[in-house]
Design a protein around this ligand. Structure first.
Ligand SMILES: [Zn+2]
Ligand SMILES: [Zn+2]
Length: 245
């Protein structure tokens, strides 16, 4: 068991990527790609107050958690919240270690909160991943809630379809879309709690955001709303006219 764990850890260290995205006015955003499903974990920090939040710590190894914490320490950030865009294991597996190391509460939409403590509902059983139970949510999120960290405010958009309690987090210049919207694609809708009809309504909602807004998805490269309306086949019904590009 130990050797398998070590082996998985070594593998993960090879693809643990650390991308510097941008420092937009008072917001620091850093993306780390973690776990066997290459999940994007984001650290969002306020340059003024040095407060920060972590989105989707899907760590499968302690090394991944340590790498992210090292970055947080180097920037002298204080983690105030841990937010899950939804309850699947690849986005929540590191909740426990991050909560232990930072003392920060865990926030998730109320519909996905039960997934944290149920290894069948969070798909860790289905994908054969580590099934250690995760701590329960400390705060349930709802559509329209605002999560504040220092000078940064992220508004909760309920974007179900990939899971019942999927959310996107809307900042001034960027939106974190979890597994609802990817660059050129969308999240799976064949899983328990998924709905193609619902994800299409969620995508319609996201398509109303300003074109220049950056998209930080749960997997894969970053994008913009403009680019997704232009080339994502699932957003073609919501495209603006070509002469706006
Ligand atoms: Zn997912
Ligand atoms: Zn995912």
């Amino acid at each position: 068991m130990y050797s398998r764990y070590y082996c998985v850890g070594s593998l993960c260290s090879l693809h643990l990527k650390n991308h510097r995205l941008q420092d937009e006015c008072s917001m620091i955003t850093k993306m780390f790609t973690v776990g066997t499903l290459f999940t994007n974990c984001y650290v969002v920090g306020c340059t003024e107050t040095k407060e920060a939040l972590i989105i989707d710590p899907g760590f499968e190894t302690d090394l991944e958690a340590e790498t992210v914490l090292k970055e947080i320490d180097q920037r002298k950030l204080q983690v105030r919240q841990i937010i899950n865009t939804h309850g699947h294991h690849d986005h929540t597996a590191g909740n426990g270690i991050m909560k232990t190391l930072t003392g920060a509460p865990i926030l998730i939409h109320e519909y996905d909160a039960p997934m944290l403590t149920d290894s069948t509902k969070n798909l860790s059983v289905l994908f054969g991943l580590r099934t250690a139970s995760l701590p329960p949510a400390n705060r349930m999120l709802h559509d329209g809630d605002v999560v504040q960290v220092g000078d940064i405010a992220l508004r909760v958009l309920h974007t179900p379809g990939h899971s019942r309690g999927g959310i996107s987090l809307l900042g001034a210049e960027a939106v974190f879309t979890g597994d609802t919207l990817f660059a050129g694609s969308i999240g799976r809708t064949d899983l328990p709690g998924s709905s193609y009809e619902e994800i299409m309504l969620s995508l319609k909602k996201l398509a109303t955001l300003p074109d220049h807004m950056r998209v930080y998805p749960g997997h894969g490269p970053t994008s913009t709303i403009r680019e997704e309306k232009r080339q994502n086949p699932f957003l073609q019904n919501f495209s603006t006219s070509p002469d706006t590009f």
